[in-house]
Ligand binder design. Sequence first.
Ligand SMILES: *[C@@H]1O[C@H](CO)[C@@H](O)[C@H](O)[C@H]1NC(C)=O
Ligand SMILES: *[C@@H]1O[C@H](CO)[C@@H](O)[C@H](O)[C@H]1NC(C)=O
Length: 748
Amino acid sequence: MGQAEAAAMIPGLVLLWIAVLGGASPSPPRLRLSFQELQQRHGLRTFRLARTCCYEALLVDEERGRLFVGAENHVASLSLDNISKRAKKLAWPAPVEWREECNWAGKDIGTECMNFVKVLHAYNHTHLLACGTGAFHPTCVYVEVGHRLEEPMLRLDLQKLEDGKGKSPYDPRHQAASVLVGEELYSGVAADLMGRDFTIFRSLGQRPSLRTEPHDSRWLNEPKFVKVFWIPESENPDDDKIYFFFRELAVEAAPALGRLSVSRVGQICRNDVGGQRSLVNKWTTFLKARLVCSVPGMEGDTHFNQLQDVFLLSSRDRWTPLLYAIFSTSSGIFRGSAVCVYSMNDVRRAFLGPFAHKEGPMHQWVSYQGRVPYPRPGMCPSKTFGTFSSTKDFPDDVIQFARNHPLMYNSILPVGGRPLFLQVGAGYTFTQIAADRVAAADGHYDVLFIGTDAGTVLKVISVPKGSQPHAEGLLLEELHVFEDSAAVTSMQISSKRHQLYVASRSAVAQIPLHRCAAHGRACAECCLARDPYCAWDGATCTRFQPSAKRRFRRQDIKNGDPRTLCSGDSSHPALLERKVLGVEGGSAFLECEPRSLQAHVEWTFQRAGEAAGTPVLAEERAERTTRGLLLRDLRRGDSGSYLCTAVEQGFSQPLRRLVLHVLSVVQAERLARTEEAAPVAPPGPKLWYRDFLQLVEPGGGGVSSLRMCRPQPAPRPPPPESRRKGRNRRTHAPEPRAERGPRSAAHW
Ligand SMILES: *[C@@H]1O[C@H](CO)[C@@H](O)[C@H](O)[C@H]1NC(C)=O
Ligand SMILES: *[C@@H]1O[C@H](CO)[C@@H](O)[C@H](O)[C@H]1NC(C)=O
């Protein structure tokens, strides 16, 4: 076994080929909605407690209709329908002695020596389990929430305090990952004050606690735990496994490569009770494999190596859920995040494949070629696969092999072999993910909600691309759900109530999964949006009802092609038309902004009496901005009608017609005098004159514009540069003036 094989374990990990992504620019969302817009028009609700930070633990209880929240020194119970109303809260601070101890240990009394509630699980029919950092003294309590049909209640059961060591982290900066199965808690956490003793730990319940081998870098090497799931494998509960998702330093990397971070999935059997003579009270079924999320390239792969979060999306059976995972890069070269999707069958296949083995004079990691003892390490003692009824009966060679070979040789690749969706250079990193499977007119679609470290939520749909299983992610919405831009720390979805709950350091937000009306007032806009929650009902873009009559639910998620879907649709909103005055030599601003950031705008110019319009092309005198067209150095011949059309995916939609009238300076002055002399001006044009007078006022030079249609919306950040590229393709004056000769053309 040569060096080539050893290197194959981490192919090209260090080489982050920017070339692979081709200097990829971030894709803009189709819609970007601000906090104010969401709050005023789209049902955004927020929750925040006075003088409390760090909302991290969210627990959705559909039956009770409650959202339980863990924060600094508090647990709260909110209504799932409206988190802003009837909140119940209880204080759970750390005792003064613990806070003092914490302070003596050199921690900050005001920011670290508090009880940060990190863990919330539904424990039984009447109680929750809550665990917090307890000022570097982790503790768990049971919280009484009452029976399902009773009036909501929230009470700490201080009779039964549990030691939180191995359940909640000590350090508020650390994340906790755990799952409660029956009465037992499976957690991945640092179980000491210094934050060095990392463990996968089973506690509570009747059986003795079980953990990973301490301080063995082959088992865990400075891991950061992300999520834990209980996933059954068959009808037989003896085959149930618990899966841990984390990132850690790659033990298999050549030392020369330095500290390399890799993402992992680890497995253990639920019925593991440890070994009899060795691995006593330690896992005997622990295995881990590498999760790869990379973009293949000619010269190497671009790796998104830092697992950030995983969402388990249930499928028809309980055994093969889909795993939606988000990753970021640890590269100093570029900032990027990606979504990769994994199938449970691929995860299981890796654990059935070859073991990784360190051998040879160079101590390389290679694929183990020797005899694997029976029963194969990683298999649960069960009637399904063998005759062993407990891990205590496993032969010694099985235990020894398990202790020395926790790592699998094969990595787990994403479905389709590449990320479903990625963003590079977008100025944010993905931190949390939740997914919803939605029934649409042409099939089922997975909708992803991705929280970022900039306090936003991205709504992405997964649509088939070519042949299955290839899919691509489309960015529909960027939602600014918080007033500030604190990172999203936790996210929960209620498919039943069609709501998303998002937590950050500063608040909890609730937002519906869809806001169909925001897509626009035309059939084409609704169709182009490709939002599986929405359909055109003949008059508006509204919530899609699979049961409604076919002709009232026009929707095409797969292609988003309005030509077939919206042809003959007479309910096109009337084209807005407005008049704009300009003065020779001055400027005029023709405002027109499509709702969709993925659309680009085309302008056509038509002089009075002319049959057809000609395209207005970019040049010095006609500058395109995100909000409209700026015409400078106006000439009389620029008078005419300007049509603004949004073009998206090859589909054009006229948005607005602006009729520009350019006056000579003399005409403008006369007009001003007329206005003064005739206080009773004709009703129509009067407004015109007034606005015009303001515009021609001395010193008011610059942009002249008449905004007669609607007040200005709040300024939006300009879309990324890339979107503008390729638009200003040709150059052509708004009014070609051959008679002025080539010199004037140069002047423009
Ligand atoms: C949510 O509750 C708050 C506080 O009671 C109330 O002001 C608001 O109108 C409610 N919103 C909705 C959509 O029910
Ligand atoms: C739930 O667990 C708590 C804490 O152990 C216990 O006090 C309570 O009686 C249990 N409730 C039920 C219904 O089992």
